[in-house]
Design a protein around this ligand. Sequence first.
Ligand SMILES: [Zn+2]
Length: 654
Amino acid sequence: MDLLPLRRGRVMAPSMGLAAVVVFASLLPVGTAGAADGEDAAASAAVAQVDVDAREAPRGVLKAHLRLPVSAGPLTLLYPKWLPGRHSPAGPITSLAGPRLRAGGAPLAWRRDLLDPYVFHVDIPPGVKLLEADLEVLTAPAPDGVVQGLETPRYATESLALVEWNQVLLYPAGPSSDALTYAASVRVPPGWHTATALAPAPGAAGADERRFAPVSLTTLVDSTLLTGRYWRAIDLGGDPDVRLDIAADRPALLEMAAPIEEHYRNLVKEAAALFGATHYRHYQFLWILTDQIMPDGIEHHESSDNRSPARALLDDNIRRAEANLLAHEYAHSWNGKFRRPADLATPDYQAPMRDDLLWVYEGLTEYLGDVLAARSGLLTQTEFRDELARLAAQMDVHKGRDWRSLQDSTDAAPLLYYQDRNWAARLRRQDDFYQESALLWLEADTIIRRASQGRRSLDDFCRRFFGGPSTAPQVRPYDFDAVVAALDAVEPYDWRGFWRSRLQRTGGGAPLSGLRDAGWRFALEASPSTMHTAHEVEDHEINLQYSLGFALGLDGGTISDIVPDSPADRAGMAPGSHLVAVDGHRWSADTVHEALAGRAASIALLVEKDDEYRSYTLGYDGGERYPGLVRDAGPDLLEAIGRPRRAPRASPAP
Ligand SMILES: [Zn+2]
């Protein structure tokens, strides 16, 4: 789309000051004294312009036209590579077509850096002050209906699209992203709605066009835009305001039951009660409901980009499985955006991120997401416990801990986000620093509650570390010592030793002390919990990891994630095989469950792999086994942790 607006000579709004120039090539930050040296006095108000045409997004084409103020000489242009929230070099460079550069009315040659494909070198001719660039981001559904993963993300369906600004722009090397100013606009398909945390620019825009006030490149990249045909907007209250905008692939998917809507209002209240302050001017939840885009969530400071299966509001199982998504991403506004590990507070998208503190950034957020979901009513108390049991069980089968510490799983996050789950349990671990760290933050919570005899809790740490006076978005970096000091200020304890030993441990099972100290014991039970079933439904699989030792995809009987020392492992089964028959009967969920319930001395599986058939005999008579929690001695701290902080308004009758 070729930047139609600009090729047709659209004039920028005067308030954007586009005629003025920031000298990118000389690396002068916007707005600092001396920035206008030798240039127009209005230089400090200069902006780059990015105009996005999303009208063809449904067919997988997103077009952008950039106008970058430049000066003569060598210039290095960067395509955003290390993305906040992704913690990895995830900029979708393989989906990028372009740039096509023009300067002074003529095409301008460029050359890609030989060491880094995200870097483009160009020489700006004498007298040229404006560089124009055309980009396209191209995506398509994966073959065979497989939902694409992080490497080649889809951002649009026939009825909705996400515009992640980092995908559609270039920026000059040198200045920090805080010091570069961009004004953005977007054209959307006729009649589609939009939502973003960006403020609109003053003045009129064309039909189906939105223009936004200039912001720093940091803020632009942090302000994903959602557009869609079928739409629902909900004011969630709060001070400052919190808004939820939902786009779905079909109008019927937008029906949210009144009690659920009330739970999301409660979420805003519970977060305010937990942190005691906010660090946004307003907050915008974006939520897409589709089966065409991988379920995910990406945090931003004043918004979050939430992606759930199509029936997340309608199917109770999927609703439960997704219950902590918005709570998790919302908590990141405090933990991850306002307070950020110093190693992740990078000056631009080219500086590598170091992920060594993700056990705070993601691990504590994983814990708080579940806690806030319980306090808001999005999860019942039983579901909250069952979710913790599920995390504990998952971590207990991850034998990669034998060689890889929790610390290494965070250090290696840029790799682990891109691994598939096969062999994760046996050899590698996955990005399981989310779940394992969550269990450790529960343990820290129980230590504070028990030592203070219930007078203090991890809530006090959250208020101290993430609260303070309410502010507009800002970043306050921290390091390991700051986390230890803040915990110590809440409850004196050997927090340094606590974290060091748990982060560096190799070998052993899941850390279960937190559950035990909360008055609960992890156990395998004969019936699946509602949360186990919820995740099975969402993942289209039967999770037999705690009995036969593998997960079984319902679309094709794919065997995955074989657990070490399980019956499947001992029989020599391989991930990627396909189940054909169980005890001589064509496989189905029913025949699998019947074989387990029969509790014969062994179960015979016929499996297809690499165009060959093999029979396996699994020595197992233990019946069905699923993770659960059994009440143990001592006070029930999980009830105290999941209890609402603020009395929610009475829910309307369903
Ligand atoms: Zn997260």
